[in-house]
Design a protein around this ligand. Structure first.
Ligand SMILES: NC(=O)c1ccc[n+]([C@@H]2O[C@H](COP(=O)([O-])OP(=O)(O)OC[C@H]3O[C@@H](n4cnc5c(N)ncnc54)[C@H](OP(=O)(O)O)[C@@H]3O)[C@@H](O)[C@H]2O)c1
Length: 308
C-alpha cells in the first residue's frame, strides 16, 4: 500500500466493501505493474496524485462472486489492483474469453488498450507501412503484432535491444530497425520500412520520434503514447508541414469506457486466435515492492504481472 508518494510497501489495508450501488468486491487474480502506476504513485501523473493511504494498481483481472473473470481499469479509490481483493463498479468491467489466460488478459489491459487505440486512431489501412518505436516494450510488441494482423503492408519494429528485436522478428515476421546509442536517423528507419512510413506508433518520444517523423510519408499519422526516450523534443515546423504530418495523442486513462471496451475486445479476439502473444513475468504479491523498484530502475524487459 501507499502511505506516502513513492514506492508502495506490503501491508494490511482495509477490506474493500461497496459504498454505492453497482460496486462489487472482486478477487484479484492478475494485475500488471504499469508505468502509469509508477507515475501515479510518484504524484507525477497528469490526472493528479492518489489519495493517501491507498492501494496502488490501476488495472487487473478479477474474479466475481459468480466465478466469472473480468478485466477492470477503474478500481474505486482508495482500493487498487495490487491487492488480494479490490472494489470495482460493475458497469466498468470487461469480459474475458476463456481462451485468454489471466496474465495475458492483464497485459492486454493498460498496454494493449493503448496499442489497439493507437492503431484505431491512426486509421490504419491494409497495405500501409507501420513503424513501431519502443517495439520491444509491452505496448510496442502488441502494436506490431496487431498491425500485422490488421493487414499492414510492412511493419518495422524499432528498438535498442537487438537480441529482443530479432526474437520479435522471428516470432512475428516484422522487419527490424536497431537503434544503437547514437540518435536514430530517418534514412535508416525509412530503409528498414522499404519506403516512407504511413503510421508511427510512438511510446518513446525524444530523438527516435523526431527521426520517425523524418521517415514519414505524406499524410502520415504519428500516435503519441509515452515518453520513455524523452519528455520534450525540438520540433521543426517544416518537418510537420513538408509531410502534412498528423500528430495524435492517446491516453488510455482519458479515453471513453466504450472506446477502451472496443479496444480490449478486439485484442481479446486477436490473442484468442493466436495472432497476438504477450510476454510477462509473474510476481507474487509479497514480492511487489522489489518488483516495483526494478520497474522504476528500468531493469525489467517484460511486463511484470502480480498474481496474489
Ligand atoms: N498512452 C497510454 O495510454 C499508455 C498506455 C500504456 C503505456 N504507455 C506509455 O508507453 C510507454 C511504454 O510503455 P510499455 O509498457 O511498453 O513500457 P516497457 O515495456 O517498459 O517498454 C519500454 C520501451 O521503451 C523503449 N525505451 C526505453 N527507453 C528508451 C530510450 N531512452 N530510447 C529509446 N527507446 C527506449 C524500450 O526499448 P529498449 O529495449 O531499447 O530498452 C522498450 O521498447 C511508457 O511511457 C508508458 O507510460 C502509455
Amino acid at each position: 500500500m501507499l502511505t506516502e508518494l513513492g514506492v508502495p510497501s506490503l501491508g494490511a489495508f482495509a477490506e474493500p466493501a461497496p459504498s454505492a450501488a453497482g460496486q462489487e468486491v472482486v478477487e484479484v487474480v492478475a494485475a500488471g505493474i504499469n508505468h502509469l502506476d509508477l507515475a501515479k504513485a510518484a504524484g507525477t501523473f497528469y490526472t493528479g496524485p492518489p489519495p493517501l493511504p491507498s492501494v496502488p494498481g490501476s488495472d487487473g483481472v478479477g474474479r466475481r462472486a459468480d466465478g466469472s473473470r473480468v478485466y477492470f481499469d477503474a478500481p474505486v479509490a482508495p482500493f487498487g489492483s495490487l491487492a488480494e481483493r479490490t472494489l470495482v463498479a460493475a458497469e466498468t468491467m470487461l469480459p474475458i474469453p476463456d481462451a485468454v489466460g489471466d496474465e495475458a488478459a492483464a497485459v492486454a489491459g493498460n498496454a494493449g488498450i493503448a496499442a489497439m487505440t493507437a492503431l484505431d486512431r491512426a486509421r490504419l489501412s491494409a497495405g500501409e507501412r507501420v513503424l513501431v518505436l519502443g517495439a520491444t516494450g509491452s505496448v510496442g510488441r502488441i502494436a506490431g503484432q496487431a498491425a500485422i494482423a490488421m493487414g499492414a503492408g510492412r511493419v518495422v519494429a524499432a528498438g535498442r535491444d537487438r537480441t529482443r528485436l530479432e526474437a520479435l522478428a522471428a516470432r512475428t515476421g516484422c522487419a527490424v530497425a536497431p537503434l544503437g546509442e547514437a540518435a536514430p536517423m530517418a534514412a535508416e528507419l525509412e530503409a528498414a520500412a522499404d519506403g516512407p512510413v504511413d503510421v508511427i506508433v510512438d511510446p518513446v518520444w525524444g530523438e527516435p520520434a523526431l527521426a520517425a517523423m523524418g521517415a514519414a510519408a505524406q499524410r502520415a499519422r504519428l500516435v503519441q503514447l509515452g515518453q520513455r526516450a524523452g519528455a520534450t523534443i525540438e520540433l521543426p515546423a517544416a518537418l510537420l508541414r513538408s509531410r502534412r504530418l498528423e500528430l495524435i495523442g492517446v491516453s488510455g486513462a482519458l479515453e471513453s469506457h466504450a472506446d477502451r471496451a472496443a479496444a480490449y475486445a478486439g485484442l481479446m479476439e486477436l490473442i484468442a486466435a493466436g495472432k497476438v502473444t504477450v510476454d510477462f513475468e509473474r510476481v507474487p504479491l509479497d514480492a511487489v515492492e522489489d518488483a516495483w523498484r526494478r520497474q522504476v530502475a528500468g531493469a525489467v524487459g517484460t511486463k511484470l504481472v502480480v498474481t496474489p
